[in-house]
Design a protein around this ligand. Structure first.
Ligand code: TYM
Length: 334
């Protein structure tokens, strides 16, 4: 089993990242047996699709590394690194650009969502972004990729690229990766709009819970979260057509390790005035220890750089055989 996943180091780690992906990373790392390996990385090469100044980008990478370690990624057991330190990702991306089709990329919903009406003004990087993501995965022959629901289409593309490359060059080089998507928290929604996903790029900070938010900020954001005037239903079925209520109950259930039905049963007939403080407490208790470890870790840049350098050396060694085989399959002498 080879587990791999990545996160863009833009802005803070938020509750959507944590519940949709990072918690699963930690669980898979902790349950790993001796024959398995976990690779987790900061997708800084992907982050060039968002304009950022030099100093801020450097800070973002170190902060996201600190956040992952604070959330439970152990750099001794997992290979933790930033993509820019491992050129194999960019090299394989270029090779796969010969395999990926424009028609496939045209169908990517994230690209369409991000560019909106200004397709002509979007960067090429944003368009080929999923090819780099495919390279990230295929260069390690990853078997399991823990991600939130929004990455499912990119994973399907990685499988299509792998299949076409193997067929075109008559090799069995790339392994087809399986997405690992959590059942309950695959799509955490915005606190301002239950139909939009919680995201770092939402201009309203009230829409998301950040790892850096203190206890008061968390309680405030929960209190102000958009809801409807109805009381909580007796079963989760009654949440249909109530996206905000469904989101908050889902978050509560995930954090408490219970089903949405059990949460509804407990709060049935009560309004959000009763539910929100309980949810706020649960969030505060979950995030407080992570935040305090994060605040401590982010003060030691040298230690964070050392972790990423060591991880990059291990990652480069793991990527090399597949990269070499890909050049060779294409008849490119290296
Ligand atoms: P990114 O940085 O947007 O998000 C990191 C992870 O968090 C998940 N996620 C969510 N899950 C549930 N609810 C939400 N509201 C929410 N928002 C984010 C994402 O699904 C993701 O798992 N393209 C990727 C990074 C990447 C990658 C890879 C992932 C680059 N190469 C290779 C896997 C394998 C991205 O931008 O994730």
């Amino acid at each position: 089993m080879r587990v791999l996943s990545g996160i863009q180091p833009t802005g803070n780690l938020h509750l959507g990242n944590y519940l949709g992906a990072i918690r699963n990373w930690v669980r898979m790392q902790d349950e790993m047996d001796a024959d398995s390996q976990c690779f987790f990385f900061l997708a800084d090469m992907h982050s060039i699709t968002v304009h950022e100044g030099r100093e801020q980008r450097i800070r973002n990478v170190r902060d996201m590394a600190a956040a992952l370690v604070a959330a439970g990624i152990d750099p001794d057991r997992s290979v933790l690194f930033n993509q820019a330190r491992v050129p194999a990702h960019a090299e394989l991306c270029w090779l796969l650009n010969g395999t990926a089709r424009i028609g496939w990329l045209n169908r990517m919903t994230q690209f369409k969502d991000k560019v909106g009406k200004d397709r002509e003004g979007a960067s090429i990087g944003l368009f080929v972004y999923p090819v780099l993501q495919a390279a990230d995965i295929l260069v390690y022959n990853a078997t399991h990729v823990p991600v939130g629901e929004d990455q499912k289409q990119h994973l399907e593309l990685a499988r299509d690229i792998a299949t076409k490359f193997n067929t075109d060059f008559g090799v069995e080089l790339f392994t087809l990766p399986d997405p690992i998507i959590p059942r309950e928290s695959a799509r955490i929604m915005s606190f301002r709009d239950g139909t939009a996903k919680m995201s770092k790029s939402d201009p309203s900070d009230m829409s998301r819970i950040n790892l850096t938010d203190d206890d008061d900020a968390i309680m405030q954001k929960v209190k102000k979260a958009k809801t409807d005037p109805e009381p909580l239903p007796e079963t989760a079925e009654g949440l249909a057509g109530r996206p905000e209520a469904n989101n908050l109950v889902g978050i509560y259930a995930t954090l408490a390790g219970r089903t949405a039905d059990a949460v509804c049963a407990e709060f049935a007939g009560k309004g959000f005035g009763a539910f929100k403080p309980a949810l706020g407490e649960l969030l505060v208790e979950t995030l407080r220890p992570i935040r305090s470890r994060f605040m401590e870790l982010r003060t030691d840049d040298a230690a964070l750089d050392a972790i990423l350098e060591k991880g990059a050396a291990r990652a480069s060694a793991a990527a090399e055989p597949t990269l070499r085989a890909a050049y060779d399959a294409m008849g490119l002498m290296r």
